[in-house]
Ligand binder design. Structure first.
Ligand code: ZN
Length: 458
């Protein structure tokens, strides 16, 4: 048996000092800090640190198999472990083949499982071709049986093997997924607006960073969100809007929630701490899709996190080959994406907690509990309670440290936070009772220890 002693848990913004007993990877007991201690073989002293339930990054692109020159499951899950993340959920589209059938799923699992340092779940996928042939009904059922947590859609896509889904096909697929009780996640930017204005920018000879934002025009996001919310209103499926970037989009989601539609959303640190002004100044390092917006959007996103209209935070971790894919003077030629899973928690502690925008209870929900609940992983994940997996992120709230991209575990050794001193650091990451990361020692978990986690949604 393992004991984590002097663990400061957060409950309704009050400290609760407890001792947590762990047996066979599960939480066996939680007792008040002043109770007599049992004798145990192994002990971790969390004195002075805050113990959160293992954090979850529910939206990453670890590129394996197929795009492993950018990232692979080993480097991706190592960066998660170092970032206090004990479970990641990998997207279906940035691997070859995409996770659109049971056999593709099995193939991917066989390749990535031996490389995993943290636990992982999968998003499933579907293509318009499968909808047209009618094959999608069988494939989605088989993927559900294998434990996918939801299915990802794009209203616009730059990926050859994973094209955008036209709205009529989305309607058909949402109906199947409603019956399967799975979340439909949508990357929402209107195809026609973005196509037209992106081409126009390039025809005009624009290569400057801001032209990326202007091409992927602001209204494209709310426009696409309205369309898919419109489908959900007809179908009654579970809808999730990924990486929300606009205030206008947020207001539609508020409308949908107020009308009792089963709609959730997430945003990413990059939309919370940078704006288009930063993109103009710093260029490609901040090229992401959807692009950075204005300060009023940023403020609206913080408010949305606070009032619960944004349900959780993810990173959309997507590493480009660095520096090759991030250094063209022409913004259109650079890769769109930032590897973020190692830095998301310190970023939220610094810009959220220490800036007074979020309290620790909110961070715990936004980074762990809420995604676990949405995707059918709760209370195995996302909770510190008896019977849950013994996953903990142990955090040093006040420790200051400086971000050095060369030390990141991701293959993409770049960050828009390079050189920034953050207040709040990961002290230790514990996965099913084993320490997988420790400050000063690095990732000390065992490769392949990470397990597949399945959605328990019936
Ligand atoms: Zn993504």
């Amino acid at each position: 048996m393992l004991r984590i002693k002097n663990a400061r848990m957060v409950k309704n913004e009050e400290w609760k000092e407890v001792n947590i007993y762990v047996e066979k990877g599960k939480i066996k007991d939680i007792v008040p800090g002043d109770e007599a201690l049992l004798s145990v073989k192994k002990e971790i002293d969390a004195q002075g640190k805050v113990v959160f339930p293992g954090f979850i990054d529910p939206h990453v692109h670890f590129d394996d198999p197929g795009f492993t020159e950018r990232e692979d499951f080993e480097t991706g899950t190592k960066s998660a472990a170092a970032g206090g993340i004990t479970t990641i959920i990998d997207m279906p589209c940035t691997s070859i083949p995409p996770i659109t059938t049971a056999s593709n799923y099995d193939y991917k699992l066989k390749i990535v499982k031996p490389k995993a340092y943290v636990d992982f779940a999968f998003w499933g996928g579907v293509t318009p071709e499968q909808v047209e042939s009618g094959e999608y009904k069988k494939s989605l059922k088989e993927l559900k049986d294998r434990g996918i947590i939801g299915v990802k859609f794009y209203t616009i896509s730059g990926m050859e093997l994973y094209p955008r889904m036209p709205l009529p096909d989305m309607d058909k697929t949402f109906r199947i997924l409603k019956d399967l009780n799975l979340v439909c996640a949508v990357h929402a930017e209107d195809y026609y607006l973005v196509e037209y204005y992106s081409h126009l920018m390039q025809e005009m000879g624009r290569e400057d960073p801001e032209s990326w934002s202007e091409g992927r025009t602001y209204e494209a996001e709310p426009e696409a969100i309205w369309s898919v919310v419109g489908i959900t209103e007809k179908v009654g499926n579970k809808l999730h809007l990924v990486h929300l970037s606009t205030k206008a989009g947020l207001n539609i989601i508020r409308w949908a929630k107020a009308h009792k539609l089963d709609v959730t959303t997430e945003t990413c640190p990059q939309y919370l701490i940078f704006t288009v002004e930063d993109l103009k100044r710093r260029g490609s390092i901040l090229k992401i899709a959807p692009p950075l917006r204005r300060e009023e959007d940023q403020n609206a996103l913080w408010e949305g996190l606070k009032d619960g209209s944004i349900d959780f935070i993810c990173t959309d971790h997507a590493a480009g080959k660095y520096p090759e894919e991030k250094s063209s003077p022409n913004i259109w030629k650079n890769y769109a994406g930032i590897p973020g899973t190692q830095l998301v928690v310190p970023t939220l502690l610094h810009y959220g907690y220490h800036s007074g925008r979020l309290n620790l209870t909110e961070i715990q929900k936004l980074m762990s509990e809420n995604a676990a609940k949405r995707y059918g992983l709760y209370p195995q994940k996302g909770a510190i309670q008896v019977g849950s997996d013994a996953d903990f992120s142990v955090v040093d709230l006040d420790k200051e440290w400086t971000v050095e991209p060369s030390k990141l575990k991701s293959k993409g050794k770049y960050s828009p936070l390079a050189g920034k001193t953050l207040r709040g650091k990961i002290y230790m990451t514990i996965l099913r009772g084993e320490i997988v990361y420790k400050d000063y020692e690095g990732v000390i978990g065992e490769k392949g220890y990470g397990e597949l986690v399945k959605s328990k949604v019936k």
